[in-house]
Design a protein around this ligand. Structure first.
Ligand code: BGC
Length: 760
């Protein structure tokens, strides 16, 4: 009897919680169902259509090309249209002139900030600070939603191991564990705890899937990999974003297992919806359905039907859905149910955003005036940028600089405001970004003299410079000869106590459609650097880049190198904060820096092979290596220096074995052995020594970012459970296998202490 009562009570609890969970869903379902009953087939297809905003200008919305279509109910949403006025104008057409008054959804590529721009995602990931990253997404959401936007095409979580691929700049690097945590933090930052609030926006995890593994790093190229690699190494961040509740997913341009993502039913339905339980909407990437024709899958009608059947809901720009699905339905190639399902998911997204309740929820003029590019947001962006910089070298403590004497600031990136926000900063006002020259001057005040010279163009090749500085991000090519530019720079250098060389890539040298086969600092800039070093003055290389560069020569010759990526709207001030020691650098690389491009793809969590090198050797005949260069990276994953130094004790384990369901703890004492306060990211890696499939030589399984005063020590403890040891086996089952493991803790993926344990 007692048991029966407890059982009934349990059932009541389950029923109550199910009801609590489903009550809002039930309301939404009812609303959407009754709306869909009123919709014609054409109106349903209209919801699946996401055209670009085209040429809409304020006050002109009703006469723009898109207005007619909106009135006819042929548009589900628009993207990359900016400002409350324009968005309000367009929304008005939808909710006043279209038959069913269904509001539009407004998307934008809000990738690393809106008008207050944060560092490019690859840089942001180097902070290893989830709160900071979440906060950056939160601020982006506040600003975007204050300007009419309710949907962002972010986070981009494609794992990338190939420095040639320009879009590595938009992701979080090469590691699935770190990438997953960042994916989750970004989704939380954008969506908050309630999507219907007027300052939260719908996230869109992209590009599903495997886009970062395009062959040879060439943009939009083919991807081909084993399912084991997908599940263990490339899928985790997408799944983490879905688990965190991301409301939408974007397909990738590439193929997966021979079928481009936008037509890949296994990917979009079996993996995404059935295995991962994704309930939101799937949007294609830009014209990705039309591109299925060039992929070789058939004509527009055929490929549009394939995409719908695969599980795609919304068609970005191409209008294949709008123009062909009706005919396909007539011919029995698709079903009404498939169209209804896609339409339902889009309406649900709008419902969750609160657009049916108030289509102008995100169109608040007052908010747009007071919540965008605020002093408080800019302050956070500046602090965040400083956390993303990675100190790669600092010989003889050239850094931090003193705020006195004469500083020569030289290089094509030194006074380049437009290039500071970095790729994909659609909403930024480039002119408002702080270039390094202003940052240095702001920092030194009257304490030091700052001399500036451009020193060289971006590259000797003017056509390459043009391709690398598109979208209003010109570096103002100087038509004087290289010799004249150099002479001017050397004149400034000769009067200085220290030279700061601002060199590297222009911001559009990475990002979409910006793959490179040469990943060194371009020609004339390198010559400039060589000439500056010859002066014998101390040289600090402030490196701007959107990807790992091959810096072997620089590492051999330049005493100090600070990698600043593209730090966002506040970059110049943030760089100065670090150069003068106001902020002690603590960023750690999330992508391996190779010695040369021939080593790429190069990543820390590789397999051992059957012929690894013997310890301490860099070349052995008939072993896995190159004749001309060691397998070592120039800077390993997780690497980054500080103005202080940290020492690590040996690892203490709580035992030598962990039982299934049990925990083992590993701890180290980390000491700040230098003279400045600093932050250190303590990293935990694990190696599964024997498995039913081959396992990586190291995998990141935990990290803690700690702050230590000079001389201070802290014990850092990690708990390891069976869960941390799980992987997808040959049957794609996620399970841990008993046996021997190695555990490493250290300051980067190379310099570690190690210990052994068993899983029983
Ligand atoms: C990119 C996407 C982006 C979309 C919309 C595409 O070219 O691949 O990442 O979200 O354009 O701007």
């Amino acid at each position: 009897m007692k048991f029966f009562k407890a059982y009934v009570f349990l059932l009541m609890i389950i029923a109550a919680s199910a009801e609590a969970q489903t009550a809002p869903d039930a309301k939404m379902n009812q609303f959407v169902s009754s709306l869909m009953q009123k919709m014609t087939l054409d109106e349903k297809l209209g919801q699946l259509n996401l055209p670009g905003a085209g040429d809409i200008t304020t006050g002109q919305a009703s006469s723009s090309g898109i207005a007619q279509k909106i009135e006819e109910g042929k548009v589900g949403g628009l993207f990359n249209i900016k400002s409350v006025e324009k968005i309000r104008d367009v929304q008005k057409i939808a909710v006043e002139k279209s038959r069913l008054k269904i509001p539009l959804i407004f998307g934008m590529d809000v990738i690393h900030g809106y008008q207050t721009v944060f560092p490019i995602p690859l840089g942001l990931s180097c902070s290893w600070d989830m709160q900071l990253i979440e906060r950056s997404a939160r601020i982006a959401a506040i600003e975007a939603s204050a300007d009419g936007i309710c949907w962002t095409f972010s986070p981009m979580v494609d794992i990338s191991r190939d420095a040639r691929w320009g879009r590595a700049s938009e992701g979080s690097g090469e590691d699935p564990y770190l990438g997953s945590l960042i994916a989750k933090a970004m989704v939380k930052g954008y969506q908050g705890d309630d999507l219907s609030k007027n300052n939260t926006i719908l996230a869109c995890v992209k590009h599903f899937a495997l886009y970062g593994a395009v062959e040879a790093g060439r943009e939009y190229n083919t991807t081909d990999m084993s399912r084991l690699r997908m599940y263990n190494e490339y899928f985790p961040p997408y799944k983490a974003a879905v688990d965190a509740g991301a409301g939408s997913v974007m397909t990738s341009f590439n193929e997966v297992d021979g079928i481009p993502s936008s037509a890949n039913k296994w990917l979009m339905t079996d993996v995404l919806r059935k295995q991962w339980g994704f309930k939101g909407m799937v949007v294609t990437d830009y014209t990705a359905i039309n591109e299925l024709i060039d992929h070789g899958l058939g004509d527009l009608k055929t490929v549009s039907a394939l995409a719908l059947k695969a599980g795609v809901d919304m068609d970005m720009v191409g209008e294949g859905f709008l123009t062909t699905l009706k005919q396909s339905l007539k011919e029995g190639k698709i079903t009404q149910q498939q169209i209804d399902m896609a339409c339902r998911r889009i309406l649900e997204a709008k419902y969750k955003l609160g657009l049916f309740e108030d289509p102008y929820r995100y169109c608040n003029e007052q908010r747009s005036k007071t919540e965008i590019f605020t002093a408080a947001h800019r302050k956070e962006a500046r602090e965040t940028a400083a956390q993303s910089f990675v100190l790669l070298k600092n010989e003889n403590r050239v850094l931090p600089l003193k705020k006195n004497g004469t500083i020569a600031l030289i290089g094509p990136l030194a006074n380049a405001a437009e290039n500071m926000p970095g790729t994909w900063s659609v909403a930024a006002d480039f002119k408002k970004a702080i270039p390094l020259l202003s940052g240095l001057k702001n920092a030194v005040g009257t304490g030091a003299k700052v001399l500036y010279a451009k020193g060289s163009n971006l590259t000797a090749d003017s056509a390459l410079e043009e391709r690398s500085t598109m979208f209003g991000k010109s570096l103002g090519r100087d038509n004087r000869s290289a010799e004249v530019l150099l002479k001017e720079a050397l004149a400034a250098a000769s009067q200085s106590d220290v030279i700061v060389a601002a060199l590297g890539e222009a911001s559009e040298m990475s990002g979409e459609s910006s793959s490179r086969t040469d990943i060194e600092i371009p020609d004339v800039q390198k010559e400039l650097l060589q000439a500056l070093l010859k002066t014998g003055k101390p040289v600090v290389l402030v490196l701007f880049t959107g990807r790992p560069l091959a810096l072997k020569w620089e590492n051999d010759h330049v005493p100090a190198i600070l990698n600043v990526w593209f730090g966002g709207s506040e970059a110049g001030d943030a760089i100065a904060d670090v150069l003068f020691g106001g902020v002690n650098p603590s960023g750690k690389l999330t992508m391996t820096f190779p010695q040369n491009v021939g080593q790429v793809p190069l990543f820390y969590n590789h397999k051992n092979t059957g012929r690894p090198l013997a310890e301490g050797q860099w070349f052995q005949k008939f072993r896995s290596n190159y004749l001309d260069v060691s397998n070592d990276p120039l800077y390993p994953f997780g690497y980054g220096l500080s103005y202080t130094s940290f020492s690590y004790s040996d690892i203490k384990l709580s035992g030598n074995a962990v039982k299934k369901g049990g925990t083992i703890t590993a701890s180290v004492t980390v000491t700040n052995a230098g003279t400045a306060e600093g932050k250190e990211t303590v990293q935990l890696y694990i190696r599964d020594l024997v498995g039913s499939i081959t396992r990586p030589v190291k995998e990141l399984k935990g990290f803690q970012k700690i702050s230590l005063k000079a001389g201070e020590s802290k014990v850092v403890t990690f708990n390891i459970t069976e869960n941390d040891l799980k992987f997808y086996n040959s049957d794609l089952k996620f399970a841990a296998e008993p046996g021997d493991f190695k555990l490493f803790i250290g300051t980067n993926s190379r310099d570690v202490k190690e210990a052994d344990f068993k899983l029983l």
